[in-house]
Ligand binder design. Sequence first.
Ligand code: AMP
Length: 602
Amino acid sequence: MAVDSILSSPLGPPACEKDAKALQFIEEMTRNADSVQENVLAQILTRNAQTEYLKGLNLNGATDRETFKSKVPMVTYEDLQPLIQRIANGDRSPIFSAHPVSEFLTSSGTSAGERKLMPTIKEELDRRQLLYSLLMPVMNLYVKGLDKGKGLYFLFIKSETETPGGLLARPVLTSYYKSDHFKTRPFDPYNVYTSPNEAILCPDSFQSMYTQMLCGLYERQQVLRVGAVFASGLLRAIRFLQLNWQQLTEDIRTGSLNPKVTDPPIREYMTRSIRPDPGLADCIAKECSKENWEGIITRIWPNTKYLDVIVTGAMAQYIPTLDYYSGGLPKACTMYASSECYFGLNLNPMCKPSEVSYTIMPNMAYFEFLPHEPNNSPGSTPPSQLVDLADVEIGKEYELVITTYAGLCRYRVGDILRVTGFHNSAPQFQFVRRKNVLLSIDSDKTDEAELQTAVENASKLLREFNTSVVEYTSYADTKTIPGHYVIYWELLSKDSGNSPSKHVLDRCCLAMEESLNSVYRQCRVADNSIGPLEIRVVRNGTFEELMDYAISRGASINQYKVPRCVSFTPIMELLDSRVVSAHFSPSLPHWTPERSMKKRIK
Ligand code: AMP
């Protein structure tokens, strides 16, 4: 019910007083985008004036845009890595930020095969919390009555490590879920989850998922929205239900907890809340035992109004599968964020995935935009070409460059965004893609160079058979859950009497996985969110046919390059019709939470 006694918002009538304040804040920030940005920059430069980084750039205390733009270079992670490593090794002097570094956030973006380490400061948690607090007030404008039920969200923590200097290193969401901001959040009727904190905070992913699913099933009638951070996570939960519904319904029928769930805080919580409910168990078992799982989400949770998952960027590949399991429920992409900084939110969250635009909140950091030209290499564009937030132009593409309170200055995030419009004076952006990502199934991001190295390493196993990989391409296969990488190989065997056996080619799959970055291997080993890598050997001449096909469609013979990743259906059909054998990784690659020693010693 809209509150009449309080100010209405240009965004729409707020659902309650708290929402009115949040919407008013969005209005204020977006109306004054440029002056907010100017103040943010001045604040950052004032407080960090005495840091090693800014002193080294001779800003001499200046906090204005002109001096900043003329003296501060645009940088990549690799440029900052030696300084970041010093912090990791225990240097507590103010290197980037005047505030002490509270922990490292480990990005899913990698550098030399390892997650990037982002130093952060305590107050950034407040800034992230602030952005979270704006999401439901916006959602409430579009979906009424969300205070009458609950959200079934599958949320997980991941493993954390300590750097040699004693700081924690963990993903940003793990840091948030373990913070008091999340654990002791005040009751908000619009934001009640079915998952207890005990389950979200359990480090074992099976026990955590099992309990979250069980609680969601118990409260099936109360659930009004179903979500996870990314689409891949929600599909993993559906797959989990497929594999575990018999045990889950058995627990509900008898009011007992699967003995595989041993985590003491979960057991303690569940003994208080679990109860036998044979009627509920029958009803869920009836749906789950059907061969056809189309629309399973709304069959199990009949009051679901929308799915809350990110389906923009690499996650767009999951839209058809989500539509299948949910009977085409709306998919709300609510926010755009990263380990380095939370950027902004979607002010029209019930729009179609193809129309999603994120409004960057000008209070989160100082944002600049590098006009995107496909062949820009780091350092090739003079920083003077960077455009301010309020000055970007509709229809143009830019790479996002940020200056944060934690001390990143003109840091290239690697995301390409397209301006679609403005809310007041704040631009809205469509997420176009992340630079240099060839393959992605979950949070993994594999680039062309990593794939090339993996193919080279694996093909060493073929040498003793006088065989080499003459061409290859790849494909992110998301038809199965979890999805997996498919690599097409065309082989040249110089000794037909001694060609590599099935066993050798299976081992090539594993060798490729061992060469991929640590986020890929973590997804494989700890999260089970990527399936075994597959090599499909295609018959000789297939890649020539691929070239003929491309040329028939207008590609230039001189400039033709084998695409290192494919997704276009006719090309997939051509490749698949030429497959002579398929091979899967026979075991899991190596992965531990520890970062490689090479990095630690550096
Ligand atoms: P991480 O540093 O691991 O937190 O990953 C952050 C990256 O995830 C961003 O830089 C984007 O490339 C991607 N990302 C985050 N939010 C979204 C979104 N809403 N849509 C598309 N991609 C996103």
